[in-house]
Each structure stands twice: as C-alpha cells, then as structure tokens.
Write a new protein. Structure first.
Length: 523
C-alpha cells in the first residue's frame, strides 16, 4: 500500500498528470452518455456525405462517364462547399464503433465527434503551456471544455466543432514550428514544417477560412524576426496547399475558381432561416450587429468574460515587462479572436444558430482567461484555496451541463435567467435534437397512434421505426383524424405560428422551464 501511494504521488507530480486526469474524466462522462444525444437536423445528410466522399478516391471516379456529383452525397449543392477531411478520417473509426460497441449510426458519430473534441483539448492545453504551469493550464482547459454550449456541440456538431479542433491543432503546431526555427538542429524544424503544413492544409480542407490559422502563425513568425527561416515558412505554405487540394475533391476540376466560389458562398450564405432574437423574428441576413457579441455574452458561463478581461490585462502587463518576449505570443492568440469579432461586426454576414459557425474563434477567450488562473496559482497559499477558487469558476458550467443534459448546447446563463428565461426570447434547441426523446415517449405511451411531424421528417423517421409517422408539411387539416398526435418544435416559434397552435399539448420535452418539443393531440 505505501508503494502504491508513493506511485500515485509521483504520478501527481508529473507534468502530464493534470491533462491526463482531465481527459480521463471527460472520456468517462462521454462514454456513459454518448447514446443520450439526439440527431441534429444537419447531421443525417452530412453523414451521407461521409459515406459517399470515399468514392472520389476510387479509380472509377476518374472515368469520363462517372458522375462526380454523387461523391458529395444527396445534398451535393451544399456539402461540396465543405471540405471532407474530417469525415474521411473519422468515418473508419465510426464504423469500428458501430461494430465493436454495437452503437447505432448516430450514436457512433456522436462518440467520434466527442473524441475529436478531446484531441482539440489536448492541443489547446499544449498551446497554453507556453505561458502556464501544468495545473493552471489544465484548469483553463477544463473551464473551456466544460462550457455547456461547447460540450453539447462536441457530440452533435460534425461541422463546426471538428473545424475548431483542427484550427487549434494547426495554430499549436505552427507555433512549435516557428519556435523550432531558433534551434540549431534543423532536422527537427523540417519535420515540424511538414507536420504543421499538413495540419494547416487539412484545416482548410474542412472549411475555407482555415488559412486564418496560417495567418496567426505567420504573425508569430514575423515577431521572431528570423528572416533566414523564411524559405522554410514558404515550404510550410506549399505543403498546406498540396494537402488542401488532395483532401478536397470539389477543388480538383478548377482549384482557383472553385476556391473563390466556396469563399463567396461561405461569406454570403444565402439562407433565409428565421431566427428568434430578443423576442423578435429576423431573417439570418437581417440580424442586428449585436447578435454575435450578445450571444457570446449570454451562452457562455458567467465568469467567462470577467476572466477574459482580467486575463487580457495580465497578458498585456506581462508582455510589457517581458524581456525574453515569452508572452508576446499571447497577444497573437488574442488577435485570433479580435479579428473574427471585427469581421462579424463590420461585414455582418448572415448568422443563425447562435455562434456555432464561429466556434473556432472562441478558444483565445479561454486561453487569455487562463492568465487569471495562473496568477491565482502563484499567489494563493495554501494550494487548497486555489482549488476552491477554480471549483467556484467551474461550477456554473458544470451545473448547466447537469441540468440540461442531453441539451447542453441550449444553455443560457443567469444574465438572461437561464434557458428557461431565454425561452421564447432566443432560440434554444434549434437543431431539433428533442425528436429522439419525443419519439421515445410516443413509443412508450402511444405506440398505436399516428404521429404527424411538423418539419424535418427524415430526422423523426430515424427514431420512429415501427411507429406510424406522417409528414405534416404536405397535409391538410382533413388528413388528421381524431386522436392523431402531432410533433412540433418550438424553434422560431413554429408551434405558435401554426394553424394547429390551439390543439392541446399532451407532452412537452424540454429542460429548466423551456419546451423544446411539444406533442399535441387532435381532438
């Protein structure tokens, strides 16, 4: 027993122990809960894309008679604008999860998405270790990971969350590459050049804004003033371009023009989705400029922006006093967030679904906030006081996760009285993940009833096998028989804007005073 205790103490003193502990906690929670999450409405067709894109890398794809559009899946007009690198890497693992764990298709993907998030957390930790000790770095990473909105997206968002993961990895490896230029052993540098270039190219082959990670790295490179390493930086750029082209079949036919096409599509998304914001209905392109900063303010836990403000002050102070230029990189990281904030406020692109399209812009907010945790780590003695302070900062996010599961992504903080206070004022379960729980209720309580689905019928069909489902969209009131059930989502107040709004509700699916799905009955 004394030897075991001694081994634990040695492990606890190891620099990697805090990170390993955090990842183990996350993995345990993820493995216990990944089957709880319902499909989001963006997922089914995107996973069809994952099943189809492998055809682009087969000999038949280069036949003159081959219809190349089929490699993008059934929603080719949209998904061809999304690079498939994450899907190409993740799908074989997802197939293994289906086989080994017996998980259904959706649950297997949710687990893989969550595992990808853990990889992003590791790179985030490695990035901020340049400024922080192991325990403050791990606490900062936990504060980032245990934001309810991010934890929820980690399972159900195969588009924006993986891009954030790759973006963090590309910046981290890019910084390591630039640091290695100062080392005498250039063999190590060239290995990092190719690795960092590969990650940057893969990031771009997920979303066209990926080169922003390269810009962040380039700014850090300029700060080093090591001009002799410029040829190596050029090689880094060339490698990234080659990897991007190899990983994005849509670009093969006409790389330059198609890149411009993708950039135009992503910058001026033509969607006309209705968005509920501050109790009013807007179209995505007409939302006020305050939408993005306001959603950041009310959907991240309460301490987030206090930590960021204080952390930024500490980072500026340390940079000013830093003769070895160790902390200058923190301002480069801060500019990563500042640049995207400025872009959204100035250009005002169409937005919807909170800030999910800009998840990749928020890691710097938590990285800079970590300066406060490092400061407290240095000043608070005994160490138990620091642990108590960190626990108090983590508590709001952890409570939100527990109270909302498995709808963590619908989190709102107490600035708007929580998710219940945001109900009918802002969007909550805007991706209709409540269909899973709704149809499980129907299966348990009214399996013999016909249930009419207001919208996104394929999403309901996934969970409604064996039930009598009908698509309410093309139907008229005469198609509904007495006793039939209707499934409504409260996104964009669709239920209260329906001609069936006065039908009685027999079951509501939601959390913390907010209804996400409503099951009604035809009298």
């Amino acid at each position: 027993m004394p030897k075991f205790t001694e081994t634990l103490q040695r492990a606890g003193r190891h620099a990697a122990f805090p990170l390993v502990l955090l990842v183990l906690i996350n993995l345990t929670a993820g493995l216990l809960t990944y089957r709880d999450y319902g499909l989001s409405w963006d997922e089914p067709l995107f996973y069809d894309y994952a099943d189809s894109i492998k055809l682009a890398y087969t000999p038949q794809a280069f036949s003159p008679t081959f219809d190349f559009e089929q490699v993008y899946g059934p929603s080719a007009s949209d998904h061809k604008y999304y690079g498939p690198v994450y899907l190409l890497l993740a799908r074989p693992v997802q197939q293994a999860v289906v086989t080994v764990l017996g998980a259904d298709r959706a649950s297997a993907w949710h687990l893989i998405n969550f595992l990808a998030f853990q990889v992003g957390l590791v790179f985030f930790y490695l990035l901020i270790r340049r400024w922080f000790d192991p325990w403050p770095a791990a606490a900062t990473t936990a504060f980032f990971a245990w934001q309810p909105v991010l934890w929820g997206h980690a399972f159900i968002n195969p588009k924006d969350m993986p891009f954030m993961v790759f973006f963090i990895a590309a910046v981290t490896l890019g910084f390591w590459m630039v640091d290695s230029f100062q080392l005498p052993d250039k063999r190590h540098s060239w290995g990092l050049v190719f690795l960092a270039g590969t990650l940057l190219g893969a990031t771009t082959a997920i979303r066209v804004i990926g080169p922003l990670a390269g810009l962040v790295v380039f700014v850090y490179f300029l700060m080093q003033r090591n001009w002799r390493a410029f040829p190596a930086f050029l090689v880094y750029g060339v490698v990234s371009i080659l990897v991007m082209l190899a990983g994005w079949p849509f670009l093969w036919a006409d790389p330059l023009n198609r890149l411009v096409e993708v950039l135009h599509h992503m910058s001026y998304n033509p969607t006309q989705l209705a968005v509920l914001f501050m109790g009013q209905m807007y179209r995505a392109a007409t939302l006020p400029r305050r939408y993005f900063p306001q959603m950041l303010a009310i959907t991240l836990s309460e301490p987030t922006w206090l930590l960021f403000a204080a952390g930024l002050a500490l980072a500026l102070y340390k940079t000013w006093r830093d003769k070895e230029r160790r902390f200058f990189s923190s301002l480069v990281i801060a500019s990563w967030f500042a640049l995207m904030l400025a872009y959204v406020l100035v250009e005002k692109p169409p937005m919807y679904d909170g800030f999910r399209h800009f998840l990749f812009s928020v890691p710097p907010v938590f990285a800079i906030g970590g300066f406060v945790l490092q400061f407290l780590y240095e000043k608070l003695k005994p160490r138990l006081l620091w642990v108590a302070a960190v626990a108090a900062l983590l508590l709001p996010g952890l409570l939100g996760m527990l109270q909302l599961h498995p709808y963590e992504y619908a989190y709102y903080n107490t600035f708007v009285m929580g998710t219940g206070g945001a109900y009918r004022v802002y969007e909550t379960d805007y991706w209709l993940t409540c269909y899973k729980e709704s149809l499980e209720w129907v299966r348990a309580n009214a399996p013999d009833k016909t249930i009419h689905i207001q919208r996104e019928f394929p999403l309901a069909a996934y969970y409604g096998a064996g039930l009598a489902l009908k698509d309410l969209g093309p139907e008229t009131e005469s198609d509904l028989l007495p006793g039939d059930l209707l499934l409504f989502s409260t996104r964009a107040d669709l239920d209260v804007r329906s001609i069936y709004r006065k039908l009685p509700v027999i079951q509501s699916i939601g959390r913390r005073g907010a209804d996400f799905c409503l099951i009604k009955r035809k009298e």
